[in-house]
Design a protein around this ligand. Structure first.
Ligand code: SF4
Length: 388
């Protein structure tokens, strides 16, 4: 793969119009390219047989259509969750997840949701998150974000299915990579490009208030999920150290502004951690904070392997949920039985963080908080199914 080439998947349709024009071709050729890239999911320009050979060649010299290489695939036992480790042209590794919901669980229609990463690593440092503990590597470009969706769309197409939703909840803080995230959203939702409905896109943030306010002004109808995790500042700053400058109240005010500006209900993600933020008193505090805001709370029992943090018992989770419901707060619990996998911001990182260190070999970090020195080399083989 040529690193110097930019990705077609990172171009807005209008930019492709201009590029095709520079090659002396009419605008309808750009439509043909977009159709081939996003409807037929072509893997290369040589597959675009409708285009003149000269234009195919020129495009192929300037652009790539497959900037992500699949290094590893892990499928849950029930077949509904697929995690991919993708390698970018510079060797950067990121994780992308496909979550499938059969009609019975999705209100009458099948849902195939792709969870994309927006950064390699993350600077936010949430203490229960494997990605956060790995630190920040780099921002992803829009083409690298869109490539994750296109890669899984190709995989789904082989089964006669398609991507119905995209959530920006993988590695990284989307609003800390604002320009690339917005560009990716526009490409994914442009009818001439990937063509997903804006309401089928959700952006998750740990609470970048300036980013939330900017997003509210974009004129988009995308959903917003805020990783709250605690109803007061002291607890939140312990769990999300980078939340420091922003109080929970400021976050609530930003969520309210987003709702008022877009009409879209905000979801609060709440990772339930045994002994940390799962007490009855904390639940009541959460009720006082959220009640009346119209927001929805998503309770996510945390991954039990995350560095000493434990998932609360089923009983405790249900008790917490009951207090919220009785307090008038809309909430749901992401329950995982066996191989079901939840999708909170950054929690999609597998607890076997794999790093390619040579051909046919990966370095597997067992446990979300194992230090690099504790890593053990293993032969490349499917990772055990994750259960969160
Ligand atoms: S939970 Fe999200 S924001 Fe927090 S460290 Fe993990 S990836 Fe970053």
């Amino acid at each position: 793969m040529n690193e110097a080439k930019s990705s077609l998947l990172g171009l807005l349709p209008a930019e492709l119009d201009t590029l095709v024009g520079e090659f002396g071709a009419p605008r309808y050729r750009a439509d043909q390219v977009l159709h081939a890239a996003y409807r037929e999911l072509a893997g290369g320009f040589e597959e675009m047989r409708l285009l003149p050979a000269g234009l195919r060649k020129e495009l192929g010299e300037r652009l790539t259509l497959s900037p992500a290489r699949e290094v590893r695939r892990v499928v849950s036992d029930d077949g509904l969750t697929t995690k991919l480790l993708l390698e970018m042209p510079d060797g950067t590794l990121i994780e992308t997840v496909l979550m499938e919901y059969p009609p019975s669980r999705a209100g009458g229609r099948r849902r195939s949701t792709v969870c994309v990463s927006t950064q390699a690593g993350c600077a936010m440092g949430c203490v229960f998150c494997a990605t956060g503990q790995m630190g920040f590597e780099r921002n992803l470009g829009a083409g690298e974000i869109v490539a994750q969706v296109v890669h899984l769309a190709r995989l789904l197409r082989a089964r006669g299915e398609h991507v119905t939703n995209v959530v920006f909840m993988g590695m990284g803080e989307p609003l800390a990579n604002y320009a690339a995230t917005m560009r990716a959203v526009r490409i994914l939702t442009d009818p001439r490009a990937f063509g997903l409905g804006q309401r089928h896109v959700t952006i998750s943030t740990v609470g970048v208030i300036r980013g939330i306010d900017r997003l509210a002004e974009e004129g988009l109808q995308v959903g917003l999920a805020i990783s709250l995790h605690a109803p007061n500042d002291a607890l939140r700053r312990r769990l999300v150290p980078t939340a420091g400058p922003h109080s929970v109240r400021e976050l609530m005010a930003a969520a309210k502004r987003y709702f008022e500006r877009t009409g879209r209900r905000v979801t609060f993600e709440y990772a339930l951690i045994a002994g940390e933020n799962d007490s009855d008193e904390t639940a009541r505090e959460l009720v006082r904070l959220v009640r009346g805001s119209g927001a929805h709370v998503n309770l996510i029992p945390v991954n039990p392997t995350a560095g000493g943090f434990r998932r609360p018992s089923r009983q405790r989770v249900l008790a917490f949920e009951r207090i919220l419901r009785e307090g008038g707060v809309n909430c749901t619990v992401r329950v995982e039985k066996g191989t079901e996998i939840s999708a909170a911001c950054g929690q999609l990182r597998t607890d076997a963080a794999a790093e390619v260190i040579g051909e046919g070999e990966v370095e597997v970090m067992e446990g979300a908080f194992a230090r690099p020195s504790a890593r053990a080399k293993r032969p490349l083989s499917p990772a055990p199914s994750q259960s969160r």
